[in-house]
Design a protein around this ligand. Structure first.
Ligand code: MTE
Length: 320
């Protein structure tokens, strides 16, 4: 049975936006950034509701994680150019994402753990130390951004969960609520959004659970109240609005893998030399820079931290 699966990067070449239109749209994004900060039209993505975690930000910056000479992408650009399919398949979901209800918010921790538990986001925030990190983000669609994320290392959550030594993977799941999130009514997607990492990846110092950005609690369009950042992997691994974390000995089948395994695999490490089946990954457009393109770097420039994780795994499909 043929199932039509609609994704923004499914377009045939002839249907793609002409380049000059595409670049002008980005010009709008750049010049629009200043206008968007005017209070009268402050974008919904940036307008924060009263959030009980507001007092925790800005968190102290950890200077170890730098941007290799790139500037921080303006907040108004990032927070209004998102992939969050639960709220639609356009990049402009910031308004629609305001429907996301982020309190109360609980995270179920289950599977191969000593004791399954459900923890409220504000209780979790009390158990961890928040820090700010400047991270690069490379989407599989060949655009990139840089963000001051706040949050805590994923390994701190692993310590709270206390998994069995035989657990090999962590499976993450986003909330499921088609009434709140209209995208979840599109039944051809394998909702809820899921992602996964190995326990070794989870222990890597770069693996980061994000609860804030730009010195504030995370905006809804970024995947409030808690999302993942794995800066050496393509952006679709960075699951948003996490509501369940499961420790398992089975490799999780992820959202995009279920949808189109020929194009999106489990590992999804950034590699400029391995093209997507339908486009090159050699370079990337930096959001907020008038369409400037820069060469993409293996592991998105984080090889010194993560290359060892994949030694001896050359037979695996590590790059897409
Ligand atoms: N998480 C959920 N739950 N739903 C999504 O649609 N999109 C992914 C990822 N996490 C997505 C998600 C993709 S494709 C990317 S590139 C990043 O989120 C985008 O993050 P950003 O919107 O903060 O730039």
């Amino acid at each position: 049975m043929h199932i039509h699966r609609k994704r923004p990067w499914d377009l045939p070449e002839h249907a793609a936006t002409p380049e000059h239109v595409f670049l002008n749209r980005r010009n709008f994004l750049v010049s629009g950034a200043a206008a968007l900060t005017a209070p009268s039209i402050l974008s919904p993505a940036l307008a924060q509701e009263a959030d009980p975690s507001t007092g925790l930000y800005p968190a102290k910056q950890n200077g170890r994680y730098q941007l290799d000479g790139r500037d921080i992408t303006p907040e108004a650009v990032n927070a209004n150019y998102n992939n969050f399919y639960e709220f639609g398949s356009s990049k402009r979901i910031a308004s629609a994402a305001q429907a996301l209800k982020i309190r109360p918010w609980t995270i179920r921790i289950d599977g191969m753990v000593d004791k399954e538990q459900t923890i409220g986001i504000d209780d979790l925030l009390k158990k961890v130390e928040l820090e700010e990190r400047l991270y690069r983000h490379r989407c599989v669609e060949a655009w990139s951004m840089t963000v001051p994320w706040s949050g805590f290392p994923l390994k701190a959550l692993v310590a709270i969960a206390n998994p069995a030594a035989s657990a090999k993977y962590i499976r993450f799941e986003t909330f499921m609520d088609p009434k709140m999130a209209p995208g979840q009514r599109q039944t051809w997607y394998p909702w809820p959004y899921t992602e996964g990492v190995t326990m070794a990846e989870a222990a890597n110092e770069l693996a980061f659970l994000v609860t804030g950005a730009y010195g504030k609690p995370l905006a809804k369009s970024f995947g409030a109240p808690i999302r993942l950042a794995l800066p050496w992997k393509y952006g679709f691994k960075h699951i948003k609005s996490i509501s369940r974390v499961t420790f398992t000995d089975q490799r999780p089948k992820t959202f995009w893998e279920q949808l189109q395994s020929a194009e999106y695999g489990f590992w999804a490490n950034v590699n400029p030399q391995v093209a997507h089946p339908r486009w090159s990954q050699a370079d990337e457009e930096v959001l907020g820079t008038n369409g400037k393109r820069i060469p993409t770097v293996i592991f998105n420039g984080y090889g010194e931290y993560v290359a060892d994780l994949y030694k001896g795994m050359e037979k695996e499909r590590l790059w897409a």
